[in-house]
Design a protein around this ligand. Structure first.
Ligand code: ZN
Length: 268
């Protein structure tokens, strides 16, 4: 069994805030959400790094990104601080095959919105209500070993309508005590990359200490891991493999100037 290089990225702001909420969050995540996730996800087949926004190159210099098979993303209040240039680099690598697991408030991160192409808004309420999750795609790899239904005793409500594209495979659905429902686990593919959005993980509750939640995130990492990440694989003008017998009706035209313009456009 090969190993998977996992990088857990966290904006790491709430855990350092000097406030009653910060004190509460530090009780659950004394070293930061990313480090708790790294500890709880530890397994023989995962090589895990934990990085954060205030590190050099926002935690993802090229050598780290290029050696990452699956990127896990947690952000909330600092989405706007993430450089667009970094978002470009992450997008490129996801399209080439790197897996991406976006957690909780990461639904509004620049990288998730870029890959979805929609605004990714949802409805929310923070009163610590009960959330019940249901597995709705029991054969999906991310649902393996997960109970058909389970409860998070206290969570922030995330509710529909959730403005994501309709091509995602819904793996988990949530019901909240206050009556709302939500697509809480949705799997997407974009070019070669697999992307999983999973909503549990509000920072003031100890959700990343729940073994079922950790098992789901671990399953998502293993599902999203690529066989290989293939950059620049496209052959834009392939030679015909078979002899083309059709007569080209445009053969009499000089189309070389048009081809040149097309080629330059594709390079841009
Ligand atoms: Zn939250």
């Amino acid at each position: 069994m090969g190993t998977i290089n996992v990088t857990i990225w966290n904006e790491f702001k709430h855990e350092r805030s000097q406030s009653p909420a910060g004190d509460l969050i530090r009780r659950h995540y004394p070293e930061g959400l990313h480090r708790t996730l790294a500890q709880n996800l530890a397994a023989d087949d995962l090589v895990i790094r934990a990085v954060s926004l205030d590190e050099p190159e926002q935690g993802l210099p090229e050598e780290i990104l290029q050696s990452t098979d699956v990127l896990v993303w947690w952000g909330h209040c600092a989405h706007a601080e993430v450089n667009d240039e970094l978002v470009d680099r992450i997008q490129k690598r996801v399209l080439a095959g790197m897996g991406l697991v976006v957690l909780h408030s990461g639904h509004l991160s620049k990288i998730f919105r870029r890959l979805m192409g929609t605004v990714c808004r949802l409805r929310w309420r923070e009163v610590g209500e009960k959330e019940r999750l249901w597995v709705v795609s029991p054969s999906h790899p991310i649902a393996q070993g997960i109970p058909e239904t389970f409860v998070i005793p206290h969570h922030e409500m995330y509710g529909e309508p959730f403005d994501i594209p309709q091509d995602g495979k819904i793996v988990f659905m949530s019901w909240y005590e206050g009556g709302n429902v939500f697509r809480s686990g949705v799997a997407f593919e974009r070019d070669r990359g697999k992307i999983f959005y999973f909503s549990p993980g509000h920072e003031t509750f100890p959700i990343y200490h729940d073994p079922v939640i950790i098992k789901i995130i671990g399953n998502a990492i293993r599902w999203a891991a690529p066989q290989e990440v293939v950059l620049d694989r496209i052959t834009p003008q392939p030679q015909a493999l078979e002899k083309i017998l059709s007569e080209n009706p445009l053969a009499c035209l000089d189309t070389s100037s048009l081809h040149k313009a097309n080629t330059e456009e594709k390079k841009a």
